[in-house]
Design a protein around this ligand. Structure first.
Ligand SMILES: [Zn+2]
Length: 262
């Protein structure tokens, strides 16, 4: 394979994919790296079990290399393949001249899980009614895992609107639907907490900032941490709707039965 325009290729990768890590030549054989697990969203030292290099034989830019890492998250034990491309970059001295000193910058092109994962949708039962919600959450998680943080915030906002509608919320706008949920009994008769309403409002507002660029340019982009924060609040909301009531009911029934209560 020959990269006919390696400069354009490098520019595209640097713009669209996330920098995974930067390694000096001595660090090139390390067996773990600090990062955030795309699947469970926890900070962890991800273990590198194996790696495979794909170095095109004929190429214009000897500094470009594709590497596949086989990694494991110590927190959730998930195994994944990380497909990366690395660029060799020479460091500059004080005068801005290139030195012989170089580093390898690894960009994550994509991650392929070994088993199908639906961590972000883990609280949502896989039923026909929840199909749209699960698809929306899955798309949000994909954006999050692939460094598309603005898209992720917009998709999480969409997901809470799907939940609001499933709960029977009335109103044309998400604002009105969330207000309705505060003041009316929902379809599932769940006693929603203040935390639920607060989380919904924050996700709505941040998603709106993603969809409609603010006058304040500081608010135009989103960091990985901010998008992860939106994800975590969302996860809590799905817990409250899909898990907590069922768990509570099961516990109540069990105690009542054991204690022979009516
Ligand atoms: Zn994990």
């Amino acid at each position: 394979m020959e990269l006919f325009n390696s400069e354009e290729f490098e520019k595209y990768v640097r713009t669209n994919y996330k920098l995974l890590f930067t390694l000096s030549p001595e660090q090139n054989y390390q067996t773990e790296f600090g990062g955030k697990c795309d699947a469970c969203q926890k900070d962890a030292f991800l273990k590198i079990h194996d790696r495979a290099y794909n170095t095109p034989k004929f190429r214009q830019n000897p500094a470009t290399q594709f590497t596949i890492f086989f990694i494991q998250c110590p927190s959730c034990s998930r195994l994944s393949f990380l497909h990366t491309v690395s660029f060799m970059t020479y460091k500059q001295d004080e005068d801005g001249d290139e030195t012989d000193d170089h580093v390898y910058e690894y960009y994550q092109l994509y991650r392929i899980p070994v088993i199908e994962e639906t961590y972000s949708a883990k609280h949502i039962p896989n039923t026909k009614e929840n199909k749209t919600l699960i698809e929306t959450v899955s798309e949000a998680s994909f954006c999050l895992a692939n460094g598309k943080y603005t898209s992720a915030t917009i998709m999480f906002r969409r997901a809470i609107q799907v939940i609001a509608k499933q709960l029977g919320a009335k109103g044309k706008t998400l604002f009105n639907q969330l207000e309705w949920l505060k003041n009316n009994e929902n379809n599932l008769k769940i006693d929603l907490t203040d935390v639920f309403h607060d989380n919904a409002k924050i996700i709505k507002d941040i998603g709106n900032q993603g969809a409609h660029p603010d006058d304040d340019v500081d608010l135009h982009s989103f960091t990985h941490e901010q998008a992860n924060g939106v994800h975590d609040l969302f996860l809590h909301m799905t817990y409250e709707v899909f898990m907590k009531p069922a768990k509570m009911k099961a516990l109540q029934e069990e105690l009542k039965k054991e204690r022979k209560l009516k």
